[in-house]
Design a protein around this ligand. Sequence first.
Ligand code: TPP
Ligand code: MG
Length: 794
Amino acid sequence: MAGGAGKTGMRDTGAGRSGQISTLRALERKALWLSTWMIHNANNLRESRDGLKVGGHQASSASLATILCALYFRILRPQDRVAVKPHASPVYHAIQYLLGRQTRAKLENFRGFGGAQSYPSRTKDGGDVDFSTGSVGLGVAQTIFGSLVQDYVRAHGWGASRPEGRYIALAGDAELDEGNVYEALIEGWKHNIRNVWWVIDYNRQSLDAVIHEDLWSKFEVMFRNFGWDVVIIKYGRLMQQAFAEPGGGYLKSWIDTCPNPLYSALCFQGGAAFRKKLIADMGQHNDLCDLIGRRSDDELIALMLNLGGHDVESLLDAFEAIDHDRPVCFIAYTIKGAGLPFQGHKDNHAGLMTQTQMEQWRKAQNVREGFEWNAFEGLDVSRSSLESFLKTVPFVQGAGRQLHAPRVEVPERLAIPSASSISTQQAFGLILNELARGDSALAQRIVTCSPDVTVSTNLGPWVNRRGLFSRHQVADLFRHEKIPSAYTWEASPRGQHIELGIAEMNLFLLLSALGLSAPLNGERLLPVGTLYDPFIQRGLDALNYACYQDARFMLAATPSGITLAPEGGAHQSISTPLIGMGQPGLVSFEPAFAHELAVIMRWGFNFMQQDDGGSVYLRLSTRPLEQPPGEMLPGRAEDIASGGYWLREPGGAARAIIAYSGAVAPEAIEAAGLLGEDLRGVGVLAITSASRLYHGWHGEQAARRRGETSSSHAAALLARAPRDCTLVTVIDGHPSALAWLGSVCGHRVHALGVTQFGQTGTIADLYSYNGIDARAIAAAVRTIAPGRTERYFD
Ligand SMILES: Cc1ncc(C[n+]2csc(CCOP(=O)(O)OP(=O)(O)O)c2C)c(N)n1
Ligand SMILES: [Mg+2]
């Protein structure tokens, strides 16, 4: 066995084992009770406050309750990392409560402000949520990348003193409709992943309805195809015992061939309905009729509900049998809503028990009124044995499960590429190359990754020096054959670049996993990912997901805008500056010059490590620009990092200022020159980060509303422009990204930018076509600052 995750538990088959099973069954009942009560309680509160009643996912929770109990109370170790299907959040919280890891107050306030979250959230629910979930499919796929990062960390010689963990996803069956799951599966296979378990809650229901027949067989083939083991947990102990009785074979084949919707409907209808149907279909088999006849309606429905995923013993057997580190997919058969009045009903996703049903359910659970939150109420296992069992649960042994890693020292400054004409994309490659040449702590902890655009985003020099990561040595055959190539493509466990296939979703999930390495592995990594800017939109939900989890990474998106001119409309990005501003957890920058980028990257590596920091998005260009001569002025680096600086201060009598971002710098400067002969003192404001400026200004307004004094960088910059001058903004992106600047000090604005799908052409063609060339900028100034400037615009 290669991995340290190893066996999951001691396989005890004697009296100890049966005691354990009955304790687990009691806990399972309690977890289910608490989850339904929590939802009922929350909905009553909501209804009285807002008139809103929403589904609380009682059915989804019931579906997964046994599986979660088997895992959390017995199988999981503190080092294991789990993504729980979003709609099982109530039962997840109930289990944490039983383990003493969740407070009653939070449960009472489930779905309320500051209460336990509707979907498990690592930032809001705290320590034991390893991966947030909510947007289905992402948490599942995240486990693949989490395990890859664990391998990366250990291959680099870090964290060896800690036991290796498993990365486990509890997935709904309909989650596997999400394409990103398969993208991740392919990537996982390429990277030879280990220590991953996916447990599929195969309740054959999604939100709207009962799903297609035989999906399991497709899953099975697919997972095996990608090198996974597949374990099907279909029949519980009661079923297995019944199958061994005379006539049991007929029962088994009836179950196996029963269509999903029918099985679900019969579960909803109950034991009598099952009896009727079984006799109608198989009444000619006397021994089967006897088998059924020996059971009351209650016993018959208990038997038919005893699918593998509802039988803790069968689940433990399946989990404990795994003694290797290969990835495993468990397909656990369940009934959505099992045990509750709407079990199996196709509409049960948002189903809620009525007051009367809840009352009956409470009595059936032996829970006295007023004792609903009591963890030990109404169980047939003594409080003391439950308490001593809970104390020995492996998952809660040891210190907290969230780890910490020291800060990685970032040098005082990053070397600025010296070329006189260079693009920000080239500068990015050179800055990383310079880091790669040295052996600073920063260089050691940087991990780069890219979805098949490593070379075309200028990561090549870094990869040449630092190598590709793979758990096994892989030689560069071209090099071996002495075929000249600019790039070394050699992989080893020491490599610092993770090469991905094209799927951008995977890039963001990997960045998310790398960016959580400090809390999950106790080892800080500083991930840098590259992609083409327009394709951020392809992975946007995963980017949002990474930020929601507070993963920390740096994203270099290049080329961007229409400035990639001849590449054409399909590769041009227009609205990404707005994503950069609108995405919480992400700070975006769009520098024009190499020295700005060096300052921003340095700032970014620090920001990624601050408790109140976040991730960084660099929107970079392939357009080489003449670099401004001379040294940076004092204070300039701070201004660049804060979002902007005056490239040319406005004169006291200035009637116009031009604010630009990124690759259109030469046009802004040229326009100011054109205007300068007649309009005196036109200022040029370099916006390095609209997002930093905006958030600073927004924060200032919020502070003022609270009665605090505050000032923002945007306000400080714009206060230097005369009050009545006009502001022309220009960006190779959506104009609204900068248009708001006028509101800071009340300047009139004319916002230029790109609002339509692009064209191919030269930069000059496209800037002119979209009205962001020097002429158009100057013309915009003319419309809002009329004066003697007309002669330039004929
Ligand atoms: C990306 C995304 N799309 C849609 C939804 C809305 N949604 C929530 S649950 C669900 C179906 C879940 O079915 P399954 O995964 O089988 O879980 P079950 O309800 O059976 O527990 C859908 C479509 C979502 N949460 N995320
Ligand atoms: Mg389902």
